[in-house]
Design a protein around this ligand. Structure first.
Ligand SMILES: NC(=O)c1ccc[n+]([C@@H]2O[C@H](COP(=O)([O-])OP(=O)(O)OC[C@H]3O[C@@H](n4cnc5c(N)ncnc54)[C@H](O)[C@@H]3O)[C@@H](O)[C@H]2O)c1
Length: 379
């Protein structure tokens, strides 16, 4: 019996992505796997059912039959507790898990003896790059954020010299130059903006400059473990606030992307700083979901105060679902390459360091220490 890969339709509000696209399905089927896709799973991302059947997938009428069929189930958003309850013992789930927010579902998966690999726990090592779903989706989010900023300012972005006079280019400031920030810089540059960026990791400076943007530098280097940023000291935070405040006041649009893994997002733009911006200026806060980089941000909402608009968009990758799904699907395919050996058999035990790091639950236990601590011992 070939190993079965199940692809349910995503059910989270506003989620338009799908975990596998037909092109990837064709490759998995060629490798000897059986792929079962819930009817309509790719519709919102413009991958119709007939493209999946042409790729060799079987269509299933309901999520219950996909989730309850065993094998490996691949998803984008974490399952709800009800979806988790449909997975039979021994099923392997590969998905983003929002480990701090999906505790009910994780408890069910643990108790239901489902093996869960959470893609956000993947180590950021070179060998894992092709599986790095956080990066692929942050790329899409960064791209979208620059378009949202451009659409919401009352100005034209590029410099124009016309018979009706000269228009000066818009100034865009990017705070946090990780994966999303760098894509926001590149996209804003392509639109013709004058771009400045800031990050606490000094290594980001070279990448920012190579994209043709100016890097705002503090005498701080807060590069922490695994290439991520560490939290700043109180004194460092004060220095940062002062420099950021001056740059924000001059910008037409600010895009904030700063995050510190496992912590609330750093507050970079206070209310006072935001109100120093000119009327019509816009802040797009990509950290809205993890607490926001701007004091005025409300997740999922548009706040207008003192003529300044603050947007806290949620799930931006889902706004470009076709390509976000294509990239995610490629990440999942690479990850499955670690789980499934030649001939389509499961590679057990899970000893590869990438599998070990991303394993969230297995055999009735939560194997990720911070999540286990949040959940307490199983009942
Ligand atoms: N080697 C790999 O395979 C690989 C893959 C992906 C990412 N990475 C690296 O990991 C790093 C982080 O990636 P990410 O985008 O997922 O990070 P992230 O989403 O955790 O954070 C976004 C950015 O915010 C910055 N930040 C945090 N606190 C800040 C503050 N107070 N002020 C300003 N900026 C602040 C971080 O330095 C980071 O660049 C980057 O260096 C990236 O290139 C490496």
């Amino acid at each position: 019996m070939p190993l079965r890969i199940g692809v349910p339709r995503e059910t989270a509000a506003g989620e338009r992505r799908v975990a596998l696209v037909p092109e990837t399905v064709a490759k998995l089927v060629k490798d000897g796997l059986e792929v079962v896709v819930e009817s309509g799973a790719g519709a919102a991302a413009y991958y119709p059912d007939d493209a999946y059947t042409a790729a060799g997938a079987k269509l299933a009428p309901s999520s219950a039959s996909v989730l309850g069929g065993g094998g490996i189930v691949v998803k984008v958003s974490p399952p709800t507790a009800a979806e988790a309850a449909l997975l039979v013992p021994g099923t392997i789930l590969v998905s983003f898990m929002n480990t701090t927010r999906s505790l009910d579902a994780i408890a069910r998966l643990r108790d239901g003896k489902v093996t869960v690999f959470a893609l956000e726990l993947l180590p950021r090592i070179t060998r894992a790059q092709s599986m790095d779903a956080l990066s692929s989706q942050a790329t899409v989010a960064g791209y979208r954020s620059a378009l949202i900023a451009a659409e919401n300012i009352p100005r034209i972005v590029p410099m124009l010299t016309t018979a009706a006079g000269t228009i000066r280019p818009a100034k865009v400031l990017i705070l946090g130059a990780g994966v999303a920030g760098l894509m926001a810089i590149a996209t804003s540059k392509r639109l013709g903006a004058v771009v400045e960026a800031y990050d606490v990791r000094r290594a980001a400076g070279e990448q920012v400059r190579s994209l043709g943007a100016k890097f705002l530098e503090l005498a701080i280097n807060a590069e922490g473990a695994g290439g991520y940023a560490r939290e700043l000291t109180t004194e460092e935070k004060a220095q940062e606030q002062k420099m950021v405040s001056e740059a924000v006041a001059l910008a037409d649009a600010v895009i904030t992307t700063a995050n510190v893994p496992g912590r609330k997002a750093p507050l970079l733009v206070s209310r006072e700083t935001a109100l120093r911006m000119k009327p019509g200026a816009v802040i797009v806060d990509l950290a809205a979901e993890s607490g926001g980089n701007c004091e005025l941000t409300r997740p999922g909402e548009r706040v207008i105060e003192g003529g300044v608009t603050v947007l806290g968009p949620l799930n931006l990758p889902s706004e470009a679902p076709f390509h976000a799904s294509q990239m995610y699907s490629k990440n999942v395919q690479s990850f499955l390459g670690l789980l499934v050996g030649p001939g389509g058999a499961l590679t057990t035990p899970f000893t590869d360091e990438i599998l070990v790091a991303s394993l969230l639950t297995h055999d009735g236990a939560v194997t990720h220490a911070p999540t286990a601590a949040l959940l307490g011992a199983p009942k």
